[in-house]
Design a protein around this ligand. Structure first.
Ligand code: SF4
Length: 179
């Protein structure tokens, strides 16, 4: 297994947790208050959000994108390829490692993972499924996993994602006349 550079990982986390905040399928406090060097905790943006399970429980989630690189240019989206914004991408192992480390520290109860589209829907969805599969099978992670389905991904990959995720969801945007 490759060694993880945690300083580089923190940089990616800053970009990819921030980019994930536009997905409103879970709620966030959006706090910006930082720990000034005393006491316990920090309310600054760290990518931890909340969602509700079907029995009404509120669970805290590591909410991130696998990448904010995208081959498409949807006008409403901050990850669109024409947007001048910092870009980053996690490897599958980095997302697995972050999830396990945050979970062990009791920061989160699960993972919310979405993504911009790398080369194709299938190429990207394969990586999302791989994260969930490794968490469930190798790491024996029983926490909550919410995966976003990637537009254009094959039915087979979506079926496989359903074997490992607690929730799969689809973003449907409503077009309006451009101004
Ligand atoms: S395909 Fe998705 S991530 Fe890419 S620009 Fe469109 S909405 Fe954003």
């Amino acid at each position: 297994m490759a060694t993880i550079n945690y300083e580089r990982l923190q940089g990616k986390l800053n970009i990819l947790a921030d980019a994930a905040k536009y997905d409103v399928s879970c709620s966030s406090s959006a706090g910006t208050r930082k720990n000034q060097g005393g006491g316990l905790g920090d309310a600054s943006a760290t990518g931890i959000c909340h969602s509700y399970t079907e029995d009404g429980r509120c669970v805290s989630l590591l909410k991130i994108l696998l990448t904010n690189h995208c081959i498409y240019d949807c006008a409403y989206c901050t990850s669109r390829k024409s947007n001048d914004t910092p870009r980053a991408a996690f490897s599958v192992e980095e997302v697995v490692d972050l999830t396990m480390q945050f979970y062990r520290r009791n920061y989160i109860e699960g993972l919310f993972l979405s993504s911009g589209i790398f080369k194709s829907g299938d190429y990207t969805m394969e990586r999302l499924v791989e994260v969930a599969k490794i968490l469930r099978t190798r790491e024996r992670f029983n926490g909550y996993i919410h995966l976003k389905t990637i537009p254009g991904a094959s039915k087979e990959l979506l079926l496989e994602a359903g074997l490992y995720a607690d929730r799969l969801s689809v973003n449907i945007e409503i077009p309006t006349k451009s101004v």
